[in-house]
Design a protein around this ligand. Structure first.
Ligand code: TMP
Length: 211
């Protein structure tokens, strides 16, 4: 199995992304797969600076359009400078968020028209897509309560509930339409969620072996 594959974890705040990432890392390591882990926004020196601005800048209001463009600027840096080079060396890449987050948060949450999102995706990514996306689905009421319990909320986490409800709607709609996306019910017991993640990743690895 020489070809690198790109796997992404997606979900609202408090969905359990960090635990899911650890579970996927364990699965890949158990199979002897050489991989790198990335996150969005972030994952390169410039993209990490943009991440800091996006999460914590409060001196001036960041417009929805600027937020969207900064997300895509960070994504372009990461995809071109880190992800594509790793994949071309045969490494796998495990991403903490990717393009679907922009569609959910900026498209759904901020209500930026989807055709604008499509245009930016074409410009930034062309036809580059993850081979597998695991979407951890959680009711935002539950997710935000978990995020609040973790401590101070960042600029995006401070949005109102309806922002996250719209984001979840986009996640659910897009995941239902895309055969490379798997929905995981993140409201279930931790063990059950981890088992579902392991099973989706193992099935994907087996498919890669067969091809
Ligand atoms: P997190 O990865 O630690 O959850 O923080 C990233 C935050 O940025 C999170 O609130 C989701 C948000 N985000 C967007 O709004 N759009 C995007 O395209 C991405 C990648 C993240």
């Amino acid at each position: 199995m020489n070809k690198g594959q790109y796997i992404v974890i997606e979900g609202l705040e408090g969905a359990g992304k960090s635990t899911a990432l650890e579970t996927v890392k364990t699965c890949l390591a158990e199979q002897g797969i050489d991989f790198i882990a990335t996150r969005e926004p972030g994952g390169t020196p410039l993209a990490e600076k943009l991440r800091h601005i996006l999460k914590h800048y409060e001196d001036e209001a960041i417009t929805s359009q600027s937020e969207l463009l900064l997300m895509y600027a960070a994504r372009s840096q990461l995809v071109e400078n880190v992800i594509k080079p790793a994949l071309s060396q045969g490494k796998w890449v495990l991403g903490d968020r990717h393009d679907l987050s922009s569609r959910a948060y900026q498209g759904g949450g901020r209500q930026i028209p989807m055709n604008t999102l499509d245009q930016l995706r074409d410009l930034t990514l062309g036809d580059f897509r993850p081979a597998l996306t695991l979407y951890l689905d959680i009711d935002p009421v539950k997710g935000l309560a978990r995020a609040k319990a973790r401590g101070k909320l960042d600029r995006i986490e401070q949005q109102q509930l309806d922002f996250f409800q719209r984001a979840r709607r986009v996640y659910l709609d897009e995941v239902a339409l895309n055969s490379h996306c798997v929905k995981i019910d993140a409201s279930l017991a931790l063990e059950t969620v981890q088992q579902a993640i392991r099973s989706a990743v193992t099935q994907f690895i087996n498919q890669c072996h067969d091809n």
